[in-house]
Design a protein around this ligand. Structure first.
Ligand SMILES: Cc1ncc(C[n+]2csc(CCOP(=O)(O)OP(=O)(O)O)c2C)c(N)n1
Ligand SMILES: [Mg+2]
Length: 1020
């Protein structure tokens, strides 16, 4: 008993005062860190009369302590001899008896179980554990107590869970006031000691308060990776980390001046204009600049940014460095637009700028992507563009190209696309190797308080799902802001993972400059009115510190005001607004110097027989050795080989021919979407899986020729909005790539409606940038129910910009010119040959347009839906309309009815016509390109069958499908000489019936109508 007490007392930490009495003054330790030079007083010492152990002497006492604490934490972490020694000592072995030589360990019986552990050892262990818990509590929850809100009215709701940190709460951990002066060894999971390994509890708490409860709140303990947690702890806990040089402080002040005075200048000149100013979050500008400087220092050369309205003009001016006059002239309502299209409001336009980073003296390209009002919609687009830039410059780890996304607090929490985008962040074919997210958290969304806008404490909680650290920071402390931004940039450079900076700020004005915020947030805005602007606060701090004089500060302001004033004067000379100057993704060399296509023609999209054969052989083989494929797949490949021998293609092979040939021509192809590698309908099989070796795959398409472009085919996450946005962004980077997104079924595209409506359809009109993305949308009424049937062609067609009532002038380059004028191309091919051509045309055209393809399901295996090599040879083209070529064409004057249709229903119509023996009386023409509408060919076809009435037949319901689109256009081709009758399903709310029988009855009914030559007599 006595022995145990002695042993424990020997190892127990002393109070600081005891320590001082026992050992007297010690030499202070001086260390130099990045934060400057600091001096520490060593406080930790022990009075252990270790000499009573014969094998110990005074100089080894530290070592014993190390061993003892390590043993306390984990007995297995020390050598067995130490384990036995401590157990024996604890068990009451007299001096000299506790130690056993390692050699004797196995021979001598151990004393460990002789005496039970005694209470003071337990207390010692408990106290240490308590201190560890306290440290951990700060690391986990310190941010709850951080002073993050500049207004001091924070509404972050942690469900009132108590946060037990601070002096007053040590009791929670089983410690009491008397422990505050005791010295405790610090665990390896904290860096608050700096070079010291033990501190008095009071100092431990003080340092933890400094690290976690000031103007920075670090949320990271949910991260599952110990190395990453340690890295963050070190960045925020190490004493003195937040030191700034004089130079850094002065640069920061200058940046704050620019940010603040820019908004003031706009307010002064255009007080009645909306600009979604940054007032209340001015430190956003130095924040972004720090991220860019630091990243440039780490080797980044290209930064792609996406951001909403708030502070966008300021970012353009002071981060991207758009010429100020170009920004100011946007406020001039008399400015004429030089470009075609609708243009867009000034706070949506994009920008691309290459310049020297003044801090690092390195070249950097900055682009801000144009975006719609739809908050957060640009997030995946930025990611896709970033991925593409990385891909094309061989930056496999994201060391040279990176993205920054800015968010508003309400949108970040509320918009599901944020979550979808986060979930792309670590997928091999979608990762951009870490995005830095910056939230301008002004604690309000338009007029809505956070407590009504989200169910999570912070607006940033969504980032936790991908283990992204979140740095909350009080935006009224610019130095704290800069520090977290530096850490965020370093985090990205080190771990290549996402990170979030939550700038907690306020919004000085209303939602826009015209809005009255006092209607809805009276108390908040009373507080805001009292709030001293951050620039003023920071300037006063630096003046008080002597870092800058008042005169220097005032000169800095005057200097920037003068820059603004001069730019304003120059802006008055601008007469014309060039949206082209706001291009976020230029395609050097693709257009002529004045931005026009280099020609207005499209060469043949056909291929040589040899080429078709070669690609066909690769498509039906396994190009690597010792690779076992599934037996069913062997049969598929065999039948492909058989088709190649027979000079025909089915749908999958037609696609293969198009992809393969473009790859051989050096065009990169990327096909992305849910389950695209195999194909939803198990027809594609672009990735072969070895049946015997886990994860061994082969992509035959990448074995076409040594100098081919790479083929990327990737199954995506189960997201449409995110993935389509991503692919759209990918397609922006280069015109020399074919980027395709396939919906699992066409219906599902509507969860990506925002990308379609706001980017794909009007992108060129709003932002003068072209995009050649291809959407593959499986479509067709096959009795599968209301879903899985319709890709909603009516919606795409309704958004086409061709005029239904005007017959465009016919010319030699009619088809190519018409395509040039359209906002997108909508096709529904009825055979694989035509699908092949339209894919190839997409690249061979001298410009880029989005292509919407309604793709088949049952036609994938339909024996008639095949094309001969003859239809794909040199000289052949995509057929916008496939005219009647059968019996009816032989005596066109005898034809009573001309049915126009599109897609799969053609096969149902021809079958029915044959059954009824009406091949000579009814002609059937397929409109393969719905938009732009082939006015010329429809006219030729209706002229050919001059005695026929005209019917539009579709399998979709009357209020859906194509009818509303084609009817006025067909009538225009005949100068409204003839009606266009309808044969198809009746109007309906749902796209298709869920009842198979009803489906067949409907089919029968409309086929009867289509072939009943008297069906429309009553309506005439
Ligand atoms: C998807 C979408 N829904 C609604 C709106 C309308 N709207 C514009 S700004 C805004 C509030 C945004 O709040 P927040 O994200 O916090 O940004 P802040 O304006 O506060 O900077 C809303 C609801 C929108 N632009 N986009
Ligand atoms: Mg907000």
């Amino acid at each position: 008993m006595h022995r145990l007490r002695t042993c424990a007392a020997r190892l127990r930490p002393l109070t600081a005062s005891q320590a001082a009495q026992t050992v007297g003054p010690q030499r202070p330790i001086t260390i130099t860190s990045t934060g400057g030079t600091r001096t520490f007083q060593p406080i930790r010492c022990y009075t252990a009369p270790v000499a009573s152990e014969p094998f110990l002497n005074g100089t080894s006492s530290n070592y014993v302590e190390e061993m003892y604490f390590a043993w306390l934490e984990n007995p297995k972490s020390v050598h067995k001899s130490w384990d036995v020694f401590f157990r024996n000592a604890n068990a009451g072995a007299p001096p000299g008896a506790a130690y056993q030589s390692p050699l004797a360990l196995s021979a001598v019986p151990q004393l460990s179980s002789l005496v039970a552990a005694q209470p003071n050892v337990e207390k010692l262990v408990e106290d240490h554990l308590a201190v560890q818990s306290l440290i951990r509590a700060y690391q986990v929850m310190g941010h709850h107590n951080a002073q993050l809100d500049p207004l001091g009215i924070s509404c972050v709701n942690f469900d009132d869970a108590p946060v037990n940190t601070g002096f007053q709460d040590v009791g929670f951990y089983g410690l009491d006031e008397s422990d505050l002066d005791k010295v405790f060894r610090l665990p390896t999971t904290t860096f608050i000691g700096g070079s010291e390994s033990a501190l008095p509890l009071k100092e431990i708490i003080r340092r933890l308060e400094m690290a976690y409860c000031q103007h920075i709140g670090v949320e990271f303990m949910f991260i599952n990776d110990l190395e990453q947690c340690q890295w963050i702890r070190q960045k925020f806990e190490t004493p003195g980390v937040m030191q700034f040089t004089l130079e850094e402080k002065r640069t920061l002040l200058a940046r704050m001046v620019r940010s603040t005075r820019f908004e003031e200048f706009l307010q002064k000149k255009w007080s009645a204009e909306k600009r979604f100013g940054l007032e209340g979050c001015e430190s956003l500008i130095p924040a972004l600049k720090t991220i860019i400087d630091k990243s440039s220092e780490n080797g980044v050369e290209n930064v792609i940014m996406g951001m909403p309205h708030r502070g966008r003009l300021n970012v353009l001016a002071n981060v991207i460095r758009k010429e100020l006059e170009q920004i100011f002239c946007q406020f001039d309502s008399k400015l004429e637009a030089a470009d075609e299209g609708s243009g867009d409001v000034k706070y949506h336009l994009g920008m691309y700028h290459r310049r020297i980073n003044r801090v690092t003296d390195r070249n950097i390209t900055l682009s801000l992507m144009a975006n719609p009002s739809h908050l957060e919609a640009v997030d995946p687009v930025v990611q896709g563009k970033t991925k593409a830039e990385q891909f094309y410059c061989g930056d496999n780890d994201g060391n040279r190209v990176m993205s920054i996304l800015l968010h508003g607090d309400a949108a970040f929490a509320g918009q599901g696309i944020v979550y979808e985008t986060f979930h792309l962040s670590d997928l091999p074919s979608y990762t951009t190797h870490g995005t830095i997210h910056v939230v301008a958290n002004n604690q309000i969304g338009f007029t809505t308080d956070p407590r009504m806008a989200r169910s999570s404490p912070y607006p940033t909680d969504v980032a936790r799902v991908v283990n992204a650290p979140i740095f909350h920071v009080n935006a009224d402390d610019p130095e704290a802001v800069i520090y977290v931004c530096k850490v965020a940039a370093e985090w990205r450079a080190t771990f290549h993972k996402d990170v979030v900076v939550d700038l907690v700020c306020y919004r000085r004005m209303g939602h826009n400059e015209m809005d009255e915020p006092m209607f809805t947030q009276p108390l908040m805005y009373k507080q805001i009115k009292k709030q001293k602007p951050v620039l003023q606060k920071y300037a006063e701090k630096l003046i008080a510190e002597g870092a800058v004089s008042r005169q220097e500060y005032e000169e800095e302001i005057a200097k920037y005001d003068k820059i603004c004033e001069e730019a304003y004067n120059r802006s008055k000379d601008e007469k014309i607004l060039h949206i082209k100057h706001w291009l976020d993704s230029p395609w050097p060399g693709f257009f002529t110097l004045d931005g026009q296509p280099k020609s207005m023609s499209c060469p043949s999209t056909g291929l040589t027989e040899e080429n078709l054969n070669h690609i066909g052989v690769v498509a039906s083989s396994v190009p690597v050795e010792d690779f076992t494929i599934h037996g069913g797949l062997s049969r598929i490949l065999k039948s492909r080989a058989e088709m190649v021998r027979n000079r025909t293609v089915d749908w999958a092979l037609g696609e293969y021919m198009a992809f393969g040939s473009l790859l051989k021509e050096g065009i990169h192809i990327r096909l992305s979407g849910q389950d695209v590698e195999r194909g939803t309908f198990s027809h594609r099989h672009h990735v072969l899986h070895d049946q015997n070796v886990d994860k061994r795959t082969c992509i035959p398409m990448n074995h076409l020729s040594p100098d081919q472009a790479p083929y990327t085919v990737c199954n995506s996450s189960l997201s449409e909005y995110g993935v389509l946005g991503f692919e759209l962004g990918f397609a922006m980077a280069s015109p020399n790539a074919l980027i395709l997104w396939e919906a699992q079924f066409g219906d599902f595209h509507n969860t990506a409606q925002c990308i379609i409506d706001q980017f794909i359809c009007p992108g060129q009109a709003k932002w003068v940038r072209q995009n050649g993305i291809v959407l593959l949308l499986p479509h067709g009424m096959e009795g599968m129910g209301p879903e899985h049937s319709s890709a909603r062609p009516e919606r795409f067609l309704q958004m086409c910009n061709d005029d239904p009532d005007v017959m465009p002038p016919l010319s030699e380059d009619f088809a190519v010119r018409q395509l040039y004028d359209c906002n997108w191309i909508v096709v529904n091919c009825s055979n694989p040959g035509n699908y092949f051509h339209v894919l190839r045309r997409q690249i061979l055209l001298p410009y880029r347009k989005p292509l919407i393809v309604f793709t088949p399901k049952s036609l994938l295996r339909h024996p008639e839906a095949r094309s001969s090599f003859d239809e794909m040879l040199p000289g052949t083209h995509f057929q916008r309309l496939i005219p009647e070529e059968g019996m009816a064409a032989e005596r066109p004057e005898e034809v009573k009815r001309l049915i126009f249709c599109t897609g799969k229903v053609y096969y149902e119509l021809t079958k029915e016509r044959k059954t009824r023996g009406m091949d000579g009386t009814v002609a059937i023409a397929r409109i393969e390109q719905l938009s732009p509408f082939p006015f010329d060919q429809v006219k030729a076809e209706s002229d050919r069958f001059a005695n026929a009435d005209l019917v539009w037949c579709q399998e979709e319901h009357k209020n859906q499908g194509y009818y509303d689109y084609v009817k006025p256009r067909i009538r225009t081709t005949t100068q409204r000489a003839k009606p266009v009758w309808y044969a198809g399903r009746d109007p309906a709310a749902a796209p298709a019936t869920g009842n198979k029988k009803a489906h067949l009855v409907e089919l029968r009914r409309f086929l009867d109508t289509a072939f009943n030559l008297d069906a429309f007599k009553d309506q005439q």
